[in-house]
Write a new protein. Structure first.
Length: 272
């Protein structure tokens, strides 16, 4: 969902999954088996739809990775992926303003997801998850370049390119690269990082407590999964806007407290 909008910048919600987990969502859907308890998110939305609608200006619907996050899906053939995304998107198209194919780890999956979403007649945004290094030539988690991935998405006619669920520093580098690549085109740029002290790359490699994210962004004694401090996250979000992003939000580990400060800081920036 997208909400409070300082001039020119669309602000997305924070990460819903981690927020619900932190509120022990299982208690809202005790009849569901553990692997289905994320369905409690739908129940939570259904419980107070007017409250949710009044706080948002647009309904941005996720088209998520079909396999585990952060890993390119290798063992599912194209035709099955197409079928899956088509059925997902066509079921929701009537109710959404934009499809957001997010946490895309490879060009193949992004291409199939975006094509299926596009066929439903709604605007399509694509968000890639990146290796966590603040690399001026960012790479998807597949190792493919963000530059090549963006080029492929432009050929499909997507309306926005974003990066998500990687470290805040990787988002900054990527927004700069996208701003250069997309200069002169009417394509929105966005970013929403995750908030973990231990980078996702390190977590995937099982490298324990090593912390390459900026220690100054966290409480001094924070462990690997502790979330970034709200003011630190807002500083990063301001840097993304300064570098050319006009969509910012939060992914895993980023919640309402972070997004509140992001909105405040962006409003101050707009008023200055
Ligand atoms: Zn995430």
């Amino acid at each position: 969902m997208a909400g409070t909008t300082p001039p020119g910048v669309l602000v997305l919600d924070g990460g819903m999954g981690h927020l619900l987990k932190s509120h022990d969502i299982a208690k809202f859907a005790p009849h569901l088996p553990p692997e289905r308890q994320f369905a409690a998110a739908a129940l939570a939305n259904a419980a107070a739809p007017q409250l949710i609608l009044s706080a948002h200006v647009a309904y941005i619907q996720s088209a998520p990775p079909l396999g585990p996050s952060y890993a390119p899906l290798k063992d599912m053939p194209d035709n099955l992926m197409e079928e899956e995304y088509r059925s997902l998107c066509s079921a929701m198209a009537e109710h959404v303003d934009v499809f957001l194919c997010e946490t895309m780890a490879s060009i193949r999956e992004a291409h199939i997801a975006a094509q299926a979403a596009r066929a439903c007649g709604r605007p399509v945004w694509v968000a890639f998850t990146l290796r966590d290094a603040p690399d001026p030539q960012p790479q998807l988690r597949s190792g493919e370049s963000l530059h090549a991935a963006t080029k492929a998405m432009l050929e499909l006619g997507v309306e926005a390119i974003l990066v998500n669920c990687c470290s805040a520093g990787a988002v900054t580098a990527a927004v700069r690269a996208l701003h250069t690549q997309l200069a002169g085109r009417n394509i929105r740029i966005g970013g929403y990082a995750n908030g973990f002290r231990q980078t996702t790359d390190e977590w995937l490699q099982g490298r324990g407590e090593m912390a390459t994210n900026d220690p100054a962004d966290f409480e001094p004694d924070a462990a690997g999964t502790a979330a970034i401090l709200p003011h630190a996250y807002a500083r990063h979000a301001q840097a993304w806007v300064g570098a050319g992003a006009d969509i910012v939000g939060g992914c895993c580990g980023i919640g309402p407290a972070h997004m509140r400060v992001v909105c405040e800081k962006l409003k101050e920036r707009a008023d200055a």
